[in-house]
Design a binder for this molecule. Sequence first.
Ligand code: MYR
Length: 280
Amino acid sequence: MKTVIVTDSTAYIPKEVRERYHIEMIPLSVVLNGETYEEEVDLTAEQFYEEMKLGHKLPTSSQPSVGRFVQLFERLGKEYDAVISIHLSSGISGTYQGAVSAGKMVDSIKVFAYDSEISCMAQGFYAIDAAKMAAEGKEPEEIFARLDELKASTRAYFMVDDLSNLQRGGRLSSAQAMIGSLLNIKPLLHFVDKVIVPFEKIRTRKKALNRIFDLLGEDADKGIPLKASIIHANREEEAKEFQKELSQKYPNVDFSISYFGPVIATHLGEGAIGMTWMLK
Ligand code: MYR
């Protein structure tokens, strides 16, 4: 079966990497200053962070329409037998559900939607592995098994400079009282059952970052080959320093740097930073 991989823009896989592995991308959008932009198509992360410095009111984000998915799947149906469409967690966006609905409307290609239960480069790693397998002619079932294996090994922790964007956008799942007690600190956040919840209350950015590194260390010290991505919201220099330090410390971990683009940064805000790692 000839299979193609689709993922959405929130994986933030650079264009040249998508092209190298023949990964199709469907964009989510942000509404900024009254204008709608498809991220990674007509708004880059750099442009978004520049715009945000102008003090616009908080942008909003939206998922691709079902029609857009149908169009994409129909185009792919002319060349492929199956599509595996890998999306950000269904607990924070309706994108995955959009792919499922569109799949039921298209006859020319078999559509398998996959809920990454996460986002950003963790989802990106899934899409890249899936695309490599599709290129080797692997069947969708084998690709799904690999995705589940990666998912089971995935860890991701992140922190934001200011929790209020996440709270206002309704993407922080926790009791209101708990959120109140977190607003003045830098809690570490992670995903549990598809939604974002606080992992630990930590007071300072430095301590939160060190805690992420310790958590990575617990897995990296087992010596198994891992891949990891440091993900930042306009903090590239800081991310590069971490990459240098951590690569020396953990030679069994393949580190890369990725970013929070417009849609995710709408909810996390500039200055957010996180890390994901999983089996290589
Ligand atoms: C939509 O409008 O459908 C998109 C909503 C996106 C919510 C994003 C919430 C933050 C996700 C953080 C991911 C961190 C992964 C390491």
